[in-house]
Design a binder for this molecule. Structure first.
Ligand SMILES: [Zn+2]
Length: 453
C-alpha cells in the first residue's frame, strides 16, 4: 500500500476517535477549576481522553499539571513537535442543526464543536505520526504530539508546558489553514471601561469571548414607546444583514439583535451584532456609550479610530467582541490583529485619547507578531508537502495570527482548512469535511516524513 491508501484505511478509526473527543464539552469553566484542572472539568476530561489514547497505543505520555499533555511517538531522540489544542469556544446551542457535543455525520461532513478547531486536526496529525512510526519503526527520533487546554483563552497551557518540558526544535500546529503560514500578525487586547447613568438604555449584553465576532446582542430600553418599533423597522430596512426581535413588557422593552459569528481575525466574514445594536440605539437615544461604539468602534479596520494600516503581513483588523452594560458600569472588549510595523502601546494610547472623550478609559495587553524565514527548511518542506496534494496551490501565507506557533520555537501553523473552505470555526455548526480530513491527514504524513528523514 502507498501512503495514501494507508491514510484511507485509517479513516474509520480516526473518525471514531474524533467523535469520542468532540463529545466532551471542553469549554473553559471557571466553576470547576481545581488542582490539575486549571481550566475546569471539561478540559481535564478531554486531556484524560487524549492521554488515554496514547497509552492505549503503547506510547509514553505526560500530563503537565492539567495545562497540557503530550504523547511521544517513535524513538528517543528529539525530532519534531506537533501542537494542537483540546479546549473549544462556547456554543449557542439553539443555533446548531445538530447538538454541538453529539458528533453527527451529514452529507460527508462531521458536525460538532471542535471537529475543525482543533480536536479533529490534532487527531489527524496523531494518526499521521502513528503511521510514520509504523512505516519507519527504526527511526531514532520521536514525534511529540503536544496538546494544550487553553488555546482559546491565551495559550497559557503551552507556555506552562514549555517551562517544564524540552523546547520544540522544529514543528507545526494544525490549527489554521493551508498553505503553510510563515507570518502571524501581532495581537492587542483592549478592555474599555466607563460608568454611565441609565437613560433610555438600561442594559446591553453582547458577545461571549473576545475572539469571536458576536452574533447576538440584547438591550433593555426604558418604557414601551411605539417609536422603538418604528425606529427598529427603519433600521432593518437599511441593514438587511441583521435581524432583530422586539418584545415590550410592562415597563420596558427588550430588543435582541442577530448578526453572524466569525473568527476575530477575519471580522469581515461576520456581522457584528453589538455594533449593529449600538448603531441602532444611537438612532433612538443619545447615550455616550452607544455613541462611542457607533462613532469609533464599528469599522473592523480601525478606520474610525484612525489606526487602520496595511503591513507586510496584511491589514489591521479589529473585533468588538464583548459589551456588557448593567445600568451603571460598561465594559467593552476589543480583539485587534496588528501588522508588525505598528507599535502596539502607541496605538493603544491613540485609542485611549479617543475613548476618553466619551467618558471611558482602557487597559490593554499585546503580543508579538511572528515571521519565519521563507527559505528555512521548515517552511520549504511544509510548502512541498502541501503542493504534492494541491499542485496549483498558493505559496506560504500570512494570517491574523494567534496560533501556538508563537508559543513554541521554530514552529509554523499548517492546515487543516483548505483555501476557500469555511468550516464554521468559532461559529455554530462547525464541521470537518471528511474528504478534506483525509487529504489533510495525507499532507501531515508527508510533512512528517520530510521533516523527520
Ligand atoms: Zn484553534
Amino acid at each position: 500500500m502507498n501512503y495514501k491508501q494507508q491514510v484511507k484505511a485509517m479513516q474509520p478509526a480516526l473518525i471514531e476517535d474524533i467523535k469520542a473527543l468532540c463529545a466532551i464539552d471542553s469549554v473553559y469553566d471557571a466553576a470547576t477549576v481545581a488542582d490539575n484542572a486549571p481550566f475546569g472539568a471539561g478540559c481535564r476530561k478531554a486531556l484524560d481522553a487524549m492521554l488515554a489514547l496514547g497509552a492505549k497505543d503503547g506510547y509514553t505520555t505526560h500530563d503537565v499539571d492539567g495545562y497540557a499533555g503530550d504523547i511521544e511517538v517513535g524513538g528517543s531522540e528529539e525530532g519534531i513537535c506537533i501542537l494542537g489544542h483540546l479546549d473549544v469556544v462556547p456554543v449557542q446551542e439553539n443555533e446548531w442543526i445538530t447538538p454541538p457535543f453529539t458528533p453527527t455525520i451529514r452529507d460527508g461532513k462531521l458536525y460538532a464543536r471542535g471537529t475543525s478547531d482543533d480536536k479533529g486536526p490534532l487527531l489527524a496529525a496523531y494518526y499521521a505520526a502513528k503511521l510514520f512510526h509504523r512505516n519507519y519503526p527504526d527511526c531514532s527520533k520521536k514525534i511529540r504530539i503536544i496538546f494544550g487546554c487553553n488555546e482559546e483563552r491565551g495559550s497559557s497551557c503551552v507556555k506552562h508546558y514549555f517551562e517544564k518540558m524540552p523546547a520544540c526544535e522544529m514543528g507545526f500546529t494544525p490549527d489554521a489553514d493551508f498553505p503553510v503560514i510563515y507570518g502571524e500578525k501581532g495581537t492587542c487586547g483592549i478592555v474599555i471601561g466607563g460608568k454611565y447613568a441609565p437613560g433610555t438604555v438600561l442594559e446591553i449584553h453582547g458577545g461571549t469571548v473576545a475572539n469571536i465576532v458576536p452574533q447576538r446582542c440584547e438591550a433593555i430600553l426604558a418604557g414601551t414607546s411605539p417609536a422603538y418599533r418604528e425606529a427598529l423597522d427603519a433600521y432593518l430596512q437599511k441593514r438587511t444583514d441583521v435581524t432583530a426581535e422586539l418584545e415590550a413588557a410592562d415597563t420596558d422593552t427588550r430588543i435582541v439583535m442577530h448578526g453572524q459569528a466569525a473568527h476575530a481575525s477575519t471580522p469581515h466574514l461576520g456581522v457584528n451584532a453589538i455594533a449593529a445594536m449600538c448603531e441602532f440605539l444611537s438612532t433612538v437615544c443619545d447615550s455616550p456609550l452607544t455613541a462611542l461604539v457607533a462613532d469609533k468602534l464599528m469599522a473592523h479596520d480601525g478606520a474610525q479610530l484612525g489606526i487602520e494600516k496595511v503591513g507586510q503581513l496584511g491589514a489591521l483588523t479589529m473585533n468588538l467582541g464583548i459589551l456588557h452594560y448593567d445600568g451603571e458600569q460598561a465594559q467593552i472588549t476589543l480583539d485587534l490583529r496588528i501588522p508588525h510595523e505598528i507599535d502596539a502601546p502607541a496605538m493603544a494610547e491613540q485609542v485611549r485619547a479617543q475613548v476618553k472623550a466619551y467618558g471611558a478609559d482602557l487597559n490593554y495587553s499585546h503580543g508579538r507578531a511572528l515571521i519565519i524565514d521563507m527559505d528555512s527548511k521548515l517552511i520549504r518542506v511544509l510548502d512541498e508537502a502541501y503542493r504534492e496534494e494541491e499542485p496549483d496551490g498558493e505559496g506560504p501565507q500570512a494570517i491574523g495570527g494567534g496560533t501556538y506557533a508563537k508559543a513554541a520555537t521554530n514552529c509554523a501553523a499548517f492546515g487543516p482548512s483548505f483555501p476557500g473552505e469555511d468550516t464554521h470555526i468559532h461559529d455554530s455548526n462547525e464541521f470537518i469535511d471528511l474528504a478534506n480530513l483525509e487529504r489533510a491527514t495525507a499532507i501531515f504524513y508527508r510533512a512528517i516524513e520530510k521533516l523527520m528523514l
